[in-house]
Design a protein around this ligand. Sequence first.
Ligand code: FAD
Length: 537
Amino acid sequence: MAVFDYVIVGAGSAGCVLANRLSADPSTRVLLIEAGGRDRHPNISIPAAFANQFHTRLDWDYCTEPEPHVDGRSLYIPRGKTLGGSSSMNAMLYVRGRPLDYDLWERQGAAGWGWDDVLPYFLRSEDNARGESEFHRTGGELRVEDQRSPRPLDRRLLDASATLGIPVIADYNGPEQDGAAMFQITQRNGRRWSAADAFLRPARSRPNLELMTRATVTGLELEGGRAVGVRHRRRGGGEEIARAEREVILAAGAIGSPQILLLSGIGPAEHLREVGVPVSHELPGVGANLQDHPFVTMLWEVSEGPTLHNADKPKHLAEWLLRRSGPLTSTVAEVAAFVRTRPGLPAADIEFHMGAVYFEDHGSEEFDGHAMTIGPVLISPEARGRLWLRSADPLTKPRILTNSLSSPNDVDSLVAGMELAREIAAQPALREVVARELKPGPAATDRGALEADLRRRLMLIYHPAGTCRMSDGGEDAVVDSELRVHGIDGLRVVDASVFPVIPGGNTNAPTIMVAERASDLIRGRSVLAPAAPPKAA
Ligand SMILES: Cc1cc2nc3c(=O)[nH]c(=O)nc-3n(C[C@H](O)[C@H](O)[C@H](O)COP(=O)(O)OP(=O)(O)OC[C@H]3O[C@@H](n4cnc5c(N)ncnc54)[C@H](O)[C@@H]3O)c2cc1C
């Protein structure tokens, strides 16, 4: 039996950070276990190819149960299954969320996770090509760059937003999120810069860090209320145990981490009995509080190229291989706009993902021509879902339900986002090049038709979170504010599942921040000092 100080489950965004930080002390033995294999596939490194990973062996390929509020459809949830986890599959958009998101975490029982506390941890990882400022840093592991080869239509999207009254801003991760801007992205010289590139590779040669790939963790070893290791299976092999003398850390993501807890008998007792898992410790919140960002895409045919149509032509591949430039460096969504769809909201409820591309049904539907997408993403959803085990078999995918569009406010925000998207497209800068609306199409003239279209085509934008909620108290709390599982010693969860509330932005940077802070908590280091309050003007 292999023995370590720390066993980390999952080499994704959080797991790679933890492996780096915990193995920095040469006297600490660290094991990082990952179910997927190496991250060598070109669909990982070539930015614009990320959706080619969907439904392949690089994808856990989850989907929800038929969802009652989206015409009974089941919604697709891709998750990266390789080194880097979902950071090897994601669209690379670098967005932190707003100060009020983290202040809400603190108010909901996550002591020490307010904005001033977490900002230093965003900064610790960061290596921003724009240089140092009050909100940004250079010299960290996570490279953040501006886009190298944006499409000309992006300028029109920004101009159209401006004429509609959405101000063009330089930095949505700066003092004010509201506005339209070019996305900053986690790339280095036109290539994806995943958490594995940033944090794992620099630590790989450390003798005290062992990496095990193609090993699926099937449950925890528990002894007298303490996690002492994990059970795992390698391909073609039987069950093995890796022992942790200090801690087991689950970083298997918002689907994987609660699934491992449930398989180990930690969760709602009644549900565990139903599926035949002996109860080790009743914790009703495991799998509850599931949140994701729902979105829909509005699509137009445009008369002006170049767009991402035919971006996979050999000449573009040659350009990417030789110069790391051209359309294959695209993150597909190139322009952001954060807007409030009604008065009285404390922050933006919609984040538009915009680009010179036809993006429908997760990129699987083709359109032979130049097109533009304006996709309203609901970043403050009220809907809450849940996941459960389907059976006691650790290799069976869990049952997932998001309850997307169960809240009237969520529907209102998204329909207002669709209407706003049309207004953006109708501004002079875009009107000149728009040939026709493709989806929802001209027949959808009133609110009812837009809502029907929303329920028919809604997708999830790949940000599941919240299923092991962090809080020092309360019915649904799974981990405390030091990320220790309530009632079990030697066990933490560190990944997107601990978010009490999903932040108003994309979730990779917040997950990396959580892992940075967790690494200090685990090592017993005093946490970084809160950020100084902004200087008065
Ligand atoms: C297609 C897509 C696009 C996205 N776009 C963006 C974006 O542009 N910007 C952004 O900020 N966010 C984006 N995200 C979301 C972001 O990438 C995730 O929120 C973030 O990576 C989550 O990190 P994590 O550590 O919680 O989980 P993951 O990174 O998913 O890591 C979990 C790891 O655990 C492994 N694992 C799971 N179960 C087991 C097990 N039983 N045994 C062993 N290993 C296991 C997995 O294989 C994986 O490597 C996107 C995600 C996807 C999938």
